[in-house]
Design a protein around this ligand. Structure first.
Ligand code: NAG
Ligand code: NAG
Ligand code: NAG
Ligand code: NAG
Ligand code: NAG
Ligand code: NAG
Ligand code: NAG
Length: 378
């Protein structure tokens, strides 16, 4: 009986895959990753990776979401991008944000680290129940466990309609500072942050010179529209934006689709994947961002703007990839890293999601039109 159940399940997954694959294109397999922290055995716990190489000793630090409500951010370290990766410690187990009234009920999410003028800036989101997000920042001279100073909220105003799940126009999560490929761990004079929102669009704002708050008088600008109709299922929700300047353009990457379920066949075409739009570096990175076909990201919800650069592989080894970051590695060159599931494991496990979220990365190259693509290493 077990065998029959299993083969039915396998068949269902394969059938679903056929429908789920947004692109027929096969992306390169991730480069090899060694060490226990390559896979999150617990499922959806250590997600939203941010990786940075420490200047003083070349050690790689990888930040990810807390593994349980009430925990801090999880930090893994490795001597090289390929590993061996080991969990090192947790940070931000205490938080100064006054929204946090019960630390044991607060999640710390979506870390992103940049090195600016010799200081490491860690941008992160908190979520306090029932649904109150905020964008926050902490700093450190060396990223050691006890050497972080939490500065709390970046003071981005709550959406005019509130952070309430049903009515918000944006949600203060997944902050991402514009990084510059010529200074990959730093921030250019743009000092612009994107954030949001998973059903409520992607937004951005100018950041203060000290990088700790929204700039005085700055507005919150929409940069990617979504089609969200309260009360009705709407796929292709967006989050996890990542900004990069390169080739005279600002590239606006984001994750789109249903996050983060390897076993969710209800959403068919709307499985998590990564898209990009861009604009020339001429003025502030508030848009418009256009995709490869010249479609404005702001029409995304209606016309499905955005050029897909990473999606599930046909063979299931990379499924629902997303939440990218980009690193200019001294050894490997420009690298894109992401989270993914490997649902070939579905043959052995009735719940592929429990097989764990994995850390993947590939070399990033730029085609003759200046669009990014993942390439296999030689
Ligand atoms: C959370 O993860 C850290 C490693 O980053 C580990 O030390 C800790 O025990 C975990 N906490 C729980 C409650 O699993
Ligand atoms: C924290 O950083 C300072 C330098 O600012 C350094 O002297 C000290 O050793 C660091 N502390 C830890 C615990 O690493
Ligand atoms: C970094 O240094 C430059 C040059 O001194 C200065 O203009 C800028 O404000 C500094 N940025 C931060 C975040 O301290
Ligand atoms: C999500 O986007 C895909 C690709 O553009 C499209 O085929 C699908 O219909 C969209 N799903 C929803 C629920 O809108
Ligand atoms: C997805 O496709 C399956 C198989 O065709 C179908 O049974 C299911 O209703 C679809 N789900 C949605 C949300 O449309
Ligand atoms: C950023 O600063 C550099 C050097 O001052 C300048 O060339 C460039 O135009 C500035 N970029 C923007 C978008 O203002
Ligand atoms: C996926 O899992 C299979 C089975 O364990 C393994 O052989 C393969 O290397 C994995 N691929 C990736 C990209 O994780």
């Amino acid at each position: 009986m077990k065998m029959i159940a299993r083969s039915w399940f396998t068949w269902l997954i394969l059938a679903a895959l056929d429908i789920l694959c947004v692109s027929a294109q096969d992306y390169p397999l991730p480069e090899s990753c060694t060490g226990p922290a390559c896979i999150d055995i617990g499922g959806l716990t250590y997600q939203d990776f941010s990786v940075i190489r420490r200047e003083s000793d070349g050690m790689y630090f990888r930040y990810s979401k807390s593994n349980n409500t009430g925990d801090g951010l999880s930090v893994a370290t490795a001597p090289a991008l390929g590993g061996p990766w080991n969990y090192a410690f947790e940070i931000l187990t205490e938080l100064v944000n006054p929204m946090v009234t019960d630390r044991t009920q607060t999640n710390v999410w979506a870390p992103e680290v940049h090195l600016v003028n010799g200081t490491y800036y860690l941008f992160y989101s908190i979520n306090t129940p029932p649904f109150n997000f905020d964008l926050c920042v902490a700093t450190s001279p060396d990223m050691e466990q006890d050497n972080w100073t939490d500065h709390g909220s970046m003071n981005v105003p709550v959406s005019t309609t509130g952070d309430d799940q049903a009515t918000a126009s944006y949600v203060r999560l997944d902050g991402n500072m514009l990084a510059d490929s010529t200074n990959p761990s730093g921030v250019d004079n743009f000092t612009y942050m994107t954030f949001g929102s998973y059903q409520w669009g992607l937004y951005g704002f100018q950041v203060s010179d000290d990088l700790l708050t929204i700039k005085d008088g700055a507005t919150v600008d929409m940069v990617y529209l979504e089609q969200y109709n309260p009360g009705e299922y709407s796929g292709n929700k967006t989050e996890g934006a990542y900004l990069l300047t390169n080739n005279g353009y600002v590239y606006f990457f984001y994750s789109i689709g249903n996050c983060c379920a390897a076993d969710d066949t209800d959403y068919n075409n709307s499985v998590y994947r990564v898209q990009v739009c861009r604009k020339a570096v001429t003025d502030l990175p508030t848009g418009p961002y256009l995709d490869r076909d010249g479609v404005d990201c702001l029409t995304g919800g209606i016309d499905r703007a955005g050029t897909t650069i990473l999606a599930s592989r046909d063979d299931g080894q990379v499924f629902a990839p997303g939440s990218i970051g980009i690193l200019d590695d001294p050894d490997l060159g420009m690298v894109i890293y992401y989270q993914y599931w490997n649902i070939t494991q579905a043959n052995q496990d009735a719940n592929p999601k429990l097989d764990g979220l994995r850390f993947g990365y590939n070399l990033l190259s730029w085609d003759s039109d200046g669009w990014p693509q993942l390439v296999a290493s030689k």
